[in-house]
Design a protein around this ligand. Structure first.
Ligand code: SAM
Length: 393
């Protein structure tokens, strides 16, 4: 465990967290004394009215816990809009966008504005956001900033679309927020990391993995040629990913699904020396590894195994369009142009230069964040012409 030096929450926040803690502890009792960590993470992040994403605290930006690429400013959305413009153009008037996990609403505002400037506004811009609180924030943010003609294109969905649609599915930092399974490798067997309650505190508890989790880990090990993991090696996996991707892309009849997140190809994700996994918590711009601290007040994430995403794509009948770093992708799609200095406004130019650096420097988001495109019924490989890294998967 890392030593923690975190600013303490105020009394209201602690009371809120205590309510969620009690609700989770009750469920642990009902479930026979332990729940899988994935279930704990689901409740800590999404329990209605109490979970980190479901309750009202500000999460994004300087006053929150972390900053995502769309929160830095419009550059990220401008580049993504430029990247998807040929896809929307090729599809024509029926083209739609579906954004998963709209965050604060910053991305939809900047992306729709950029698409309108080049005359390719999608017929509909759908957002699937599981958090009612974030949905409200997105609506207020977009309504205050977009002209009515653009705002009315946005539709917040209650569930994934049933009817076939064509266009672009976009998800930035959504995969890392999916409830992850944690496992341990002990004496050649897979154990699932669960959560139990001792002395009114959550603690880890391991039990032999069931067929789904055991099968997912054995598949990873087989694919990697049975790596030498130390006794007690810990990591994460998403056994539900193929089913999830099948569900989210099932009705995408033609177009591109673009996923951006922090992660690695499988060989790097499960390096023997990464023996404590990738689970990370975010609280007031500090990162730590203690997911049981203050449930509901901190974000919990795990990095993405992009090889698993490519496999899930194949399982869902999608083609792998490409895989690259965020830096390479944004540079291919106009970052330098969008960040060009404005001779009339030195302050704005400086701000844009800083924003560009955070997006592409290897020490910031440039290399840690990766982009994967999965396509159906159209060739999207040209979007990854600069620095495609599919060979690393
Ligand atoms: C780290 S935030 C990223 C938000 C935004 N995309 C951004 O980049 O600022 C994760 C988002 O994913 C949403 N989310 C989590 N699980 C989801 C799911 N299964 N489907 C759609 N959105 C989901 C969360 O509610 C939240 O809006």
């Amino acid at each position: 465990m890392m030593p923690l030096d975190l600013p303490p929450p105020d009394a209201d926040a602690l009371a809120h967290s205590a309510r969620l803690q009690q609700a989770i502890a009750k469920l642990v009792q009902v479930e026979g004394g332990a729940i899988p960590f994935s279930r704990f993470m689901e409740l800590a992040l999404y329990a209605p009215g109490l979970g980190y994403y479901s309750a009202g605290a500000s999460k994004f930006g300087a006053s929150g816990d972390f900053i995502t690429a769309p929160e830095l400013g419009p550059l990220f959305a401008n580049c993504i809009a430029q990247a998807i413009t040929p896809v929307l153009r090729a599809i024509g008037g029926d083209a739609e966008v579906l954004e998963l996990g709209g965050g604060s609403g910053a991305f939809v505002v900047d992306a729709l504005s950029a698409l309108a400037r080049v005359g390719v506004s999608p017929r509909r811009y759908a957002i699937l956001e599981p958090s009612a609180d974030l949905r409200e924030r997105q609506q207020a943010h977009a309504k205050a900033r977009l002209p009515a003609e653009q705002f009315t294109r946005i539709e917040w969905l209650e569930r994934l679309p049933d009817a076939d649609w064509r266009g672009v599915l976009f998800a930035n930092e959504v995969l890392d927020a999916l409830p992850t399974t944690c496992f341990q490798w002990r004496e050649g067997e897979v154990w699932e990391q669960c959560v139990t309650v001792e002395d009114e505190r959550f603690v880890w508890h391991s039990r032999p993995a069931d067929g789904l989790v055991g099968g997912a880990v054995r598949h990873v090990r087989k694919d990697l040629g049975q790596p030498e993991w130390i006794e007690g090696y810990q990591s994460e996996c998403l056994p539900q990913l193929p089913y999830w991707l099948d569900a989210v892309c099932g009705s995408l009849a033609q177009g591109l699904a673009l996923f951006i997140d922090y992660g690695y190809p499988r060989r790097e994700f499960y390096l023997p020396e990464r023996s404590r996994g990738t689970l990370s918590c975010f609280y007031r711009h500090r990162t730590h590894d203690q997911p049981f601290l203050w449930p509901g007040l901190q974000d919990i994430t795990a990095s993405v195994d992009f090889t698993a995403l490519a496999e899930a794509g194949r399982h869902a009948g999608l083609d792998l369009a490409g895989y690259t770093s965020q830096a390479a992708f944004l540079l291919q799609h106009g970052l330098e142009h969008h960040a060009a200095p404005d001779a009339q406004d030195a302050i704005a130019s400086h701000r844009r230069a800083l924003e560009a650096k955070r997006l592409i420097l290897p020490s910031e988001m440039g290399e840690r964040f990766q982009v994967m495109g999965l396509s159906r019924g159209m060739d999207c490989e040209a979007l990854f012409a600069m620095g495609d890294q599919c060979h690393r998967l």
